[in-house]
Design a binder for this molecule. Structure first.
Ligand code: SF4
Length: 312
């Protein structure tokens, strides 16, 4: 048994079999790039880093689903349940008619059991959540918010364009519709110490998430953050963190994390040609995961054993 609440296992139990997510690019833009909120985007963002090869906006959503299933099958990853994961850009940043069309094209595909909508905490509305709640009466639905940090000073510094209070509000509105809600956080943003990254778990627990992803900060070439990293490396506390040290940090975070939150990722692996710098010495994600499990197992620690609980 794993010492933490694993997202893959949680989804298998939830749907009754092996689940595979298929990344979808709906060709929606980002309000933090197109001027709706700001221009230029988040200082760390290189959007192409998040799109797998089979996912191209020249293809319809149906084609992307078919290609995604074939792609995973060719790597021996067939599944009983497929979830369309609207990943690239901000997948609530369009008219309600457009969103209705793209979400339904996905859920009406005969092999699709549900959708996960990746978006920003300040780009959601009751109208959109009602649309998703309606779909949730027939298929699995989750919303995944990019929250990245609990500190407003950090969010401002990296030009996120939203606050942590926006995130709290968005998660609450989503929970009220009984829609699953997840979030991702970046570990190692400028100005954030290791102590803060452990301490912020308390604020994360208070959100009431169903699932979570942690990513180490990776510095993509040609981004504003690449310039900051070159000129002010001292701002990046995890700049030279080793895989061993990162695994220790993750264990501490997991030990403070509410055990009902399933963990989908501890780190990510961007294509090397896009990166100016990535900590962890290029360790493979599965090796890192094994390190984390082995550290927790050998010390008999588990998710949430340092969590003080809540009345939520
Ligand atoms: S990280 Fe997300 S919100 Fe930020 S610029 Fe990129 S796509 Fe937009």
């Amino acid at each position: 048994m794993l010492p933490y609440n694993d997202y893959g296992n949680a989804m298998r139990q939830r749907l009754g079999g092996r689940v595979q997510k298929l990344a979808i690019d709906a060709a929606l833009s980002c309000p933090n790039r197109d001027g709706t909120i700001a221009y230029g985007g988040c200082t760390f963002c290189l959007n192409e880093a998040f799109s797998p090869a089979y996912c191209r906006t020249a293809h319809t959503i149906t084609e992307q689903i078919d290609q995604g299933i074939a792609f995973h099958a060719s790597r021996g990853r067939s599944a009983e349940y497929y979830i369309a994961y609207f990943q690239s850009g901000t997948n609530t940043h369009a008219s309600i008619d457009t969103l209705h069309k793209i979400y339904h094209e996905a859920v009406n595909h005969p092999k699709i059991s549900g959708i996960i909508i990746g978006t920003r905490p300040d780009c959601i509305s009751s109208e959109i959540l009602n649309l998703l709640a309606d779909i949730a009466t027939r298929k699995y639905v989750a919303v995944e918010y990019g929250i990245e940090s609990t500190l407003d000073s950090t969010l401002h510094h990296v030009n996120r364009g939203h606050t942590f209070a926006d995130a709290e509000h968005a998660v609450e509105l989503t929970r009220q519709r009984n829609i699953d809600v997840g979030a991702h956080f970046i570990l190692g943003l400028p100005g954030e110490s290791r102590e803060h990254l452990i301490r912020q778990t308390e604020a994360i627990n208070a959100l009431g998430l169903n699932f979570i992803k942690f990513h180490q900060l990776q510095i993509y070439r040609s981004t504003a953050m690449a310039s900051e990293w070159l000129s002010h490396p001292e701002r990046f506390a995890l700049n030279n963190i080793t895989a061993e040290e990162y695994a220790e940090l993750i264990v501490e975070i997991i030990r403070h994390l509410d055990p009902t939150i399933s963990i989908e990722r501890f780190a990510s692996q961007a294509p090397r040609n896009l990166l100016l710098h990535s900590p962890l010495g290029g360790v493979r994600i599965d090796t890192l995961r094994s390190k984390i499990i082995s550290k927790m197992t050998s010390t008999a620690t588990t998710q949430g054993d340092l969590w003080l609980g809540s009345d939520r």
